[in-house]
Ligand binder design. Structure first.
Ligand SMILES: C[S@@+](CC[C@H](N)C(=O)[O-])C[C@H]1O[C@@H](n2cnc3c(N)ncnc32)[C@H](O)[C@@H]1O
Length: 233
């Protein structure tokens, strides 16, 4: 049985960073849009809300359906998604739809008919219909992720692996996240991401980012870091 991740040192470290950084970001932009990947218990969503980010601008997802159900109960926008898989419907138009949409659209019935044609075309192409979730913006000012970052350990129970294990080297999910995140970040947007000294190092520059350490905690056996990451311009 899957469990919802109970907030640990990594969660508290990230909350501490949010506490320091979000007021500064809100000073510059009152309508800051916020996305958390892997929201778990919703601790960071609550922090973001308490710090003044508008609830309608707080979005989240988790791969664990239990966590999603829990955060929805807390009345946050939340969706079950493997990283960004289901994020970004607002303004989203499928390639098939684009092909069918003429520049001069007249009536609503025409739009509905074209949508139907587009869906049929997607089915023919073997694509999944309605992949993205409605109402989630495509781009965000702030994206945060306290990821599963530990290297695989066969002794780790299956029900907690999903929240803690990042792959053989520990950084595989982070690398996948960073490759996808670019598309979802506003041009001047920021990512706050946790890494651990126990997993393989990330070459942010190679992935098209510049990074700055904005928080860290030395534990008995590892060092946790929070990185502020921006697109390399
Ligand atoms: C270390 S926990 C952090 C939970 C919470 N954000 C916190 O700070 O306490 C990692 C979370 O990421 C979720 N997760 C793991 N892999 C994921 C993926 N591929 N896509 C989305 N969420 C994922 C887990 O289910 C878990 O809730």
């Amino acid at each position: 049985m899957l469990e919802i991740y109970n907030p640990e040192q990594d969660s508290f470290l990230l909350s501490k960073v949010l506490l320091k950084q979000i007021p500064k970001l809100l000073k510059k932009n009152k309508n800051l849009t916020f996305l958390e990947i892997g929201c778990g218990s919703g601790i960071q969503l609550q922090t973001a809300l308490e710090l003044g980010i508008k609830k309608q601008n707080i979005f989240s997802c988790d791969i664990n359906p239990k966590a999603v159900k829990h955060c929805k109960k807390l009345r946050f926008h939340c969706v079950k998604s493997d990283l960004f898989e289901k994020i970004g419907d607002r303004g989203y138009q499928s390639e098939a739809m684009k092909r069918y949409l003429p520049s001069t659209l007249r009536g609503r019935s025409e739009v509905i008919e074209l949508r139907e044609k587009s869906r049929n075309r997607q089915r023919q192409l073997g694509g999944r219909v309605g992949r993205k979730i409605k109402g989630f913006p495509r781009k965000y000012n702030l994206i945060i992720f306290n990821p599963p970052y530990l290297p695989e350990d066969k002794r780790e129970p299956k029900n907690s692996c999903l929240a803690t294990t990042g792959g053989k080297k520990g950084n595989e999910i982070i690398l996948r996240f960073l490759k996808q995140a670019k598309k979802y970040l506003e041009e001047d947007g920021k990512i706050f991401l946790i890494t651990s000294s126990l997993s393989e190092k990330i070459d942010f520059e190679k992935l098209g980012y510049k990074e700055k350490e904005i928080g860290c905690e030395k534990l008995f056996f590892e060092r946790l870091c929070v990185w502020e990451i921006k697109l390399f311009k």
